[in-house]
Design a protein around this ligand. Sequence first.
Ligand SMILES: Cc1cc2nc3c(=O)[nH]c(=O)nc-3n(C[C@H](O)[C@H](O)[C@H](O)COP(=O)(O)OP(=O)(O)OC[C@H]3O[C@@H](n4cnc5c(N)ncnc54)[C@H](O)[C@@H]3O)c2cc1C
Length: 442
Amino acid sequence: MSKTKDSFSKVSRRDFIKYSVAAAAAAPFALSMNTAHAVDTTAHIIIVGAGAGGTSIANRLSTKLPKAKITIIDAREEHFYQPGWTLVASGLWNKNQTITTTKEWLPKGINWVQGMVAGYNPDSNQVSLANGDTLTYDFLIVASGLQLHYDGIAGMDANLIGQGHGIGSVYAGAAAAEGTSKEIEQWIKKGSGRGLFNLPTTALKCAGAPLKMTFTTLDRLEKSGQRDNFDVEFMTPTGRLFSVPFYHDFVAERFAQQGVVKNDLWTLTGIDHGAKKAYYDVDGVEQTKEYEFIHVVPPMTAGSAIGNSPLAFQPGENFAGWLKVDRETLQNPDYPNVFGIGDVMGMPINKTAASVKLQAAVLEHNFLAHLKGEPLTAKHNGYTSCPLITAIGKAMLVEFGWDGKFLPSFPFIDPKKESWAVWVMKEQMLLPAYYAMLHGKA
Ligand SMILES: Cc1cc2nc3c(=O)[nH]c(=O)nc-3n(C[C@H](O)[C@H](O)[C@H](O)COP(=O)(O)OP(=O)(O)OC[C@H]3O[C@@H](n4cnc5c(N)ncnc54)[C@H](O)[C@@H]3O)c2cc1C
C-alpha cells in the first residue's frame, strides 16, 4: 500500500504560524462584511434552530437590533461542534471536546423557547410547536439544519452504532462518533475482514466526512502492520465521490493507490446486523455484501416541518422539500419576511459550518436592509469548505463556491495539495474559529 507523506506541500511550520495568526485563525471562517449600524425596530423575530446558523445570526442581530424581540426555538440543550466528530470517530479526540451547552452561546435578552417547530404557516406569520403552542412573528429565520433518516435503510437504527455489531456512523452524534472509533478498533483487532464505506443518495452535510472516515481508517489499518489482510470498499450511489471534479479524481486515484475497491451505483438499502450483511440496490438488482465493519451514512432531508410547508421548494422543483431561498440573498422569494441559513436551505452545495459563517454575514446585511426597506445587496457566493483529511496528520483545504469554482482563502496554501498545515488547522484552529462564529464575531 502506498505511503503519501512525500506529497506534503512545502509550507514551513514558521511560515504557517506567521500567516495563520495574521489570517485570524482559519480561513473558512474569515470573512468580514461591512454591516449596517443599529436599527430601531421593536419587531418580533423568530429564529428556528439554535445550532451553528441560528446561534450565529441570533448574536449578530441582538447587537444590531437592541429593541427587537428575538425568540429562538430549539429543544436541544447541548451544542455540538459537529466538525470535531470525524476526529472523535478516528480515535483522536474525546467526544466531550465537541459538547457545550446551547445556553452559553445565546445572547443576553433572547427569548429561548425549548421546543420543536412542528409546522409553518407563513400566510399568517405563525409557527406551531410540537406541544401545540403557536407563535406569531414579524420576521422568521429558518436555521433548523437537516434530519438524518437511518430508518431509510431497512434494519438500520442509530442505536446499533457502536454496540459491537461492526456498525459505525460519524453523523449520529458525539457518542456515535466515539462508538464508531471503537468499532474500527475492534475490526482491526480481529486482524482481517471487509470494511464497507457508503454515501447516501441525498444531499449530505460535510460531504467530505465519509471520505475522511475512509482515509483515517486506512491510516489505522496501515499502522496495524496488517493492511493487506483487510478489504476496504467504498460504495457510491451515483459514481461521484465529490461534487468538484478535481477532488473526485484525487480521491479516486488515492483509493486506487491504497487498494480501496470503488463500487459505483451501489445504494445501501438494508442491513442485517446479526449476520453482518449489507444489502444494496445496484441498478434495480439486490446485491449482498458481508462485512466486519460498515460506515453508514443515512439519507438526509430538511425534515417534515419544512418539507410539508409552503416555505419549501415544492415537488417537481429542484431541491424539493428543502427551504426555498434565493441562493445569493438567502431570502424566501414567496414570503419576503422569511430568510434561511445553514443546512436546511435547498442548495447544490453549502452544507458546512464554514458556509454558515459566510452566510451569517450575508444574512445580517440583507436582513437589516430588508428592515429598512433597502435593496438586498449582499450576495452569497456559495462558499463551501472543509479540510479533507487524507490521512492522520494530513489534509487538503477544500474551498469552493457555485459551479465548483475554487475560492482559496490563503495565498500560501495550495488547495490541490495535502499538507500538515491544513491538518493543524482542522485539528486545532477551527474549534476556536467556530466558537467565534457562534458569538457572531470574526
Ligand atoms: C460528521 C460531521 C463532520 C463535519 N465536518 C465539517 C467540517 O469539517 N467543516 C465544516 O465547515 N462543517 C462540517 N460539518 C457540517 C456542519 O457541522 C454543519 O454544516 C453546520 O452545523 C450546519 O449548521 P446549521 O445551523 O444549519 O445546523 P445545525 O448546527 O445542525 O443546527 C440545527 C439546529 O436546529 C435544531 N432543530 C432541528 N429541527 C428543529 C425544529 N423543527 N424546531 C426547532 N429546532 C430544530 C436542532 O436541534 C439543531 O440544534 C460536519 C458535520 C458533521 C455531522
